[in-house]
Design a protein around this ligand. Structure first.
Ligand code: B12
Length: 216
């Protein structure tokens, strides 16, 4: 199968909610020697973005959104171990604590960022989704990470990023940790307005920003 055809089938597997097919295509791609990251970026992510567009337009509904997310997870489960195996770096870049904001259960993109950071040598502690502000603060105090990553996929949960930064300030921890923010509705302007140290649009950029912030 041609690469372009394979990527098109990955995209349609997400759109059609075909979990088994998506995982098989990921295995095929690895057997063909394709980079796991290219498959994610060129195959599956265009699929989930199209699902988001159709959902917004009222042409797809919640069950289909859920199914598409399951497909993404199945494909990533095949690709991520290979991503980590290929890119593993021996140098320790520092510790990152990352999580999705309170009342937000989106984790596909946040987990991609976590995987890419791990693959690049960061020691990542992933707190999962729906993380209350107090849990972020407790982990920063306990683990003293160099970087705190905050993910928000909903316009209603973006303000939680500001809440966490303010709480760090209040607790006297703001100077100890660099805060990076991301998620589909987040942009640089928002990041600057809440006093974040960094913003990234995708997982590759997130690694660059994190490295810059730790001076590597
Ligand atoms: C899949 C999905 C779901 C899945 C999530 C499953 C899961 N386990 O994650 C399910 C079905 C559960 C879901 C539920 C809902 N969803 Co939803 N969902 C999506 C969808 C289609 C894709 C998100 C995704 O995974 N994208 C792929 C990843 C790779 O991209 P990403 O998340 O943006 O991450 C990248 C970057 O943003 C960045 N990044 C991400 N995090 C971080 C963190 C840091 C620190 C950094 C530096 C970078 C970074 O790097 C990532 C990798 O490149 C989006 C549409 C969209 N295009 O965003 C809607 C979307 C986010 N959902 C939406 C909505 C409305 C909902 C619901 C409220 C629907 C409902 N009526 O119940 C619920 C909310 C539940 C909740 N409380 O959280 C809206 C939000 C609208 C808004 N303005 O707030 C969207 C935009 C759809 C739409 N167009 O209307 N959803």
């Amino acid at each position: 199968m041609e690469q372009a055809q394979l990527f098109a089938r990955m995209k349609s597997a997400v759109l059609e909610g075909e979990i088994g097919l998506a995982a098989d295509l990921a295995l095929n791609a690895l057997e063909m020697g394709l980079s796991p990251l290219t498959c994610i970026e060129e195959g599956y992510v265009p699929g989930i973005n199209e699902v988001g567009r159709l959902f917004e337009a009222g042409e797809m509904f919640l069950p289909e959104l859920v199914a598409a997310a399951e497909v993404m997870k199945a494909a990533l489960a095949v690709l991520e171990p290979e991503l980590l195996r290929r890119q593993v770096s021996r140098a320790t870049m520092g510790k990152v604590v990352i999580g999705t904001m309170f009342n937000d259960i989106h984790d596909i993109g946040k987990d991609m960022v976590a995987s890419m950071l791990t693959a690049s040598g960061f020691d990542v502690v992933n707190l999962g989704v729906n993380v209350p502000c107090a849990a972020f603060i407790d982990k920063v105090r306990e683990l003293q990470p160099e970087i705190l990553g905050l993910s928000a996929l909903l316009t209603t949960t973006m303000p939680e990023q500001k809440t966490v930064i303010e709480a760090l300030q209040r607790e006297g921890l703001r100077g100890t940790v660099k805060v990076i923010v991301g998620g589909a509705p987040v942009n640089r302007q928002w990041a600057d307005s809440i006093g974040a140290d960094g913003f990234a649009e995708n997982a590759i950029e997130a690694v660059k920003v994190a490295k810059r912030l730790v001076g590597k």
